[in-house]
Design a protein around this ligand. Structure first.
Ligand SMILES: Cc1cc2nc3c(=O)[nH]c(=O)nc-3n(C[C@H](O)[C@H](O)[C@H](O)COP(=O)(O)OP(=O)(O)OC[C@H]3O[C@@H](n4cnc5c(N)ncnc54)[C@H](O)[C@@H]3O)c2cc1C
Length: 401
């Protein structure tokens, strides 16, 4: 029988990269993940290892010092990493989104300046759309940028920045409707600013404060923060792409590849939950036999494995579509929706298989149980995915009567 979540048609290079990452996960991440997570400790040593493997530059073009790999390679690496510890995939995810936005939309000067340092992991990216009063409804943001000579002055409060403390570059979305005729559509009056800062907390640059880490139920180790801008001056050449009014499109493009990435994380966490469940079920005895021999438990394992397979196939399909240059919002939305829901269900089943021990912090499944819900929210909730999927379906299946 073949193992779950295989991917046909990979090149030798892709297979080699994945084997290296899997080995790294087994040796360097899995043995320490739960302990670090319980201490909410940033995995500094693991991050150094990721840098050495070149993972911060995986999709950055070779001309900028990256590995120039595809979204598929990236997503499969993320799946492996999330199998080890989802937080570690969170550390590279926002970096990857910012590097992707720079590659796609940056000016030549911005690409030349940022991408080589990002490929080495010297500059690490975070992205910031959400605010205290909004997450799904991005078009309602209130943070504002106003031009003042050769700079923009930014004011406002942002929420939920993954890597907000550890990053030294934040792509911040602000409203820049100054001078625009009244009635400009909200999504046409937003701009992405490339804000460089010192890593850490407190005032990390004049006018820019990162108050501290938000305490979370799971997804620990990686820092999630607020960001407060108070007359923060950003030079005009740090407007992404050099043109205001394009920020909404930049961010939506970024989260679209981010959705494939979240799907990949769901696949990785679900795989790990399956591995834990199938292993425990063969060791735990009840009524004179291993619980894996009770049909009810076997059915659970069958359902879990089927979900792992289905989610993996949809995630791979969405990544390949993007790599082929085609629009993939439908596939990415479906993959993100399905993989995150299935992940939650597979984790729940593995938790149940563990009986009371699943509730003990000594068992890895306890950590996964607290991590899986984040995937239902980040990069757009299930409801938002369904809105995207529904709209696209109505475009494709337009009634011709
Ligand atoms: C750990 C973590 C890390 C994050 N990292 C980042 C980050 O790095 N950068 C960043 O910008 N953001 C980040 N976010 C924010 C995340 O993207 C938002 O939390 C998410 O988009 C949901 O927004 P919200 O929390 O404001 O919920 P809301 O938008 O207030 O939604 C609340 C509920 O209403 C539902 N809902 C909303 N609108 C509709 C509708 N039209 N129809 C039906 N239902 C609807 C939602 O699905 C949800 O169930 C992060 C969040 C978390 C928890």
């Amino acid at each position: 029988m073949s193992r779950l979540a295989q991917t046909p048609g990979l090149t030798d290079v892709q297979q080699e990269i994945l084997a290296t990452v899997r080995d790294f996960v087994d040796k360097e991440i899995l043995p320490v993940a739960t302990e670090l997570e319980h201490r909410d400790e940033y995995p500094a040593q693991i991050v150094e290892g990721l840098k050495e493997l070149g993972l911060f530059g995986l999709m950055i073009p070779e001309e900028y010092g990256g590995l120039g790999e595809s979204l598929l390679t990236y997503a499969l690496c993320v799946e492996e990493i999330a199998r080890g510890w989802m937080s570690v995939s969170g550390i590279i995810n926002t970096h990857f989104i910012v590097a992707y936005m720079l590659k796609q939309h940056g000016t030549q000067e911005q690409r030349d300046y940022f991408l080589p340092k990002m490929a080495l992991g010297e500059i690490r990216g975070a992205f910031s759309m959400s605010e205290p009063a909004l997450g799904s409804d991005v078009s309602a943001i209130t943070s504002k940028g106003v031009q003042d000579g050769d700079a923009y002055v930014l004011n406002g409060q942002k929420m939920w920045l993954t890597n907000g403390g550890s990053a030294n570059l934040v792509a911040v979305l602000c409203r820049t409707d100054e001078g625009h005729p009244q009635g400009t559509a909200p999504h046409k009056s937003m701009t992405t600013f490339l804000v460089e800062k010192e890593p850490g907390f407190g005032e990390v640059r004049p006018g820019l404060t990162i108050p501290g880490k938000i305490e979370k139920m799971g997804y620990k180790g990686v820092d999630t923060t607020e960001l407060v801008m108070s007359d923060l001056r950003v030079p005009a050449d740090r407007v992404l792409g050099g043109e205001t009014g394009r920020g909404f499109y930049h961010m939506m493009d970024g989260v679209e590849v981010g959705r494939v990435n979240v799907a990949a994380r769901g696949c990785g966490v679900a795989q790990r939950a399956f591995e834990l469940g199938v292993s425990y079920a063969q060791q735990r005895q009840t009524f004179g036999k291993p619980i894996a021999q009770h049909q009810a438990i076997q059915f659970k394992l069958a359902e879990m494995a089927t979900k792992v397979e289905a989610a993996h196939a949809m995630m791979v399909n969405a990544a390949r579509k993007k790599d082929s240059g085609e629009r993939n919002d439908l596939e990415a939305g479906m993959a993100k929706y399905l993989a995150s829901e299935y992940c939650k269900e597979v984790v729940e089943d593995a938790f149940r298989i563990h009986g009371g021990y699943g509730f003990s912090k000594e068992y890895e499944i306890e950590r996964l149980y607290r991590e899986a819900p984040m995937l239902l929210i980040g990069e757009g909730t299930a409801e938002i995915q369904k809105m995207i999927i529904g709209r696209r379906l109505l475009e494709e299946y337009r009634f011709q009567g």
